[in-house]
Each structure stands twice: as C-alpha cells, then as structure tokens.
Design a protein around this ligand. Sequence first.
Ligand code: FE2
Length: 227
Amino acid sequence: MVKAWYMDNDLSDQRLEHHRNPPEFISLDDLYKKTGVEYFNININTFTTDGVLDKIKKDRGYTYEDEIVCSKECLPNYEEKIKSFIEEHLHTDEEIRLVLDGSGYFDVRDGSDHWIRIAVSAGDMIVIPSGIYHRFTLDTNNFIRAKRFFIGEPVWLPYNRPADEMPCRKDYLHKLEKGFVDANINVLYVLKFLKLRLVKTKFSLDMAEGMIIFTLWYIALAYNYYK
Ligand SMILES: [Fe+2]
C-alpha cells in the first residue's frame, strides 16, 4: 500500500527513505489536495479479469500502454542512469504508472515547493498531473516493473526545471490555486444533480425540461473533461 511523506533536505543516497525528523506522513486525500496526484489501488493478481483497471482506462481515455523494467541488470551504467531519473522535471501530459512488481519513489513538489516522497509497490497506480515538478528514483531494492499508460500517442519528453513559462505549468498552477478537490466536487455535484433530473423528467415526459437539462448536463460534462 502506498505511503507518502515530506522529505528531509539531505542530499545523500536518493534511494534512502529521507524522512524528516520526526517523520511527517501525508494521507492520500491530502496528497491529492496539495498536489493533484491521484491514486488507485489495483489487485495485480486479478486486474486482467476483474474489470477495475479496464474501467479506469475507459473512463480516463487511456489508449496506449506498455511495460518497463528498471534494475541493475536491465540498465547499463545503472548508478549513473538512476541519477538522471532524479532530475526534477515536468511533462505536458499526465505520467501514469501501475507498479506490477518491485518498488520505487515518486517525488512531487507541493504548492510551497516542498518535496513529498510517494513510495509505490505492487498494486499502486498513480497519476502525476501534467505541469507538476517531480522526479523518480528506485529504492534500495533496485528493481521495479511497471505499466505505463497514455492518452493517444505517447510523449515521454521531460522538461527540466525551470519550465515555469510552459502553458502546462501555468495551467497546473491555476488548478492548484483553484483547488483540485473543490473544483471536482462542484462539477461532479452539478453532474449528479442534472443526471437525476434527467431521469426524473424522462418519466414525466416533459420534453422541454428534459432537453434543457440534457444540454446543461452535456456542458457540465464537457467542462469537467476539458478543465
Ligand atoms: Fe516524469
């Protein structure tokens, strides 16, 4: 099960836990509120048949997936290579990973520019929003096998910090300021309310009201998708 905590400022071996003293853990809810990072727990023994991952892929439009392995055996110049992973960067798209085996750390910056370390292992699926500064490292196990997902043609290009002028960074900061939870809850509430009204009017055969509500529902849905 995933755990997240605020990091210390020690620059020694990146593969260590780097807890603060005393440790400051952060819940998944707070992680989402403070960064927009989303988490899903996937049963890796049944995910090919239980439909949970399929639903996430369908709901979120993930059309591409592949599998990667990082280990001492797979990566030439391993020690040098993992140092390049830890370079702080952002992407123009979400970074979506499902860990199938092994473990590692995703580090993300919160709104105050503090590092939060997210420890992932088998069954942990995380979605790192576009525009957030982040980095990845293996831990002392030196092994991870994970699925990568993408909407459309995959683009893995990292933009190292500073990338403050990029539109995706500005968009991320706008969402951060607006509040991830409040924005989503409000739109979801509207969607739920309109959907209920739509079902109700279907039975009362009030076509005019039904048309208006359907239009509003569609606009709210489109807003939720494109915001
Ligand atoms: Fe990345």
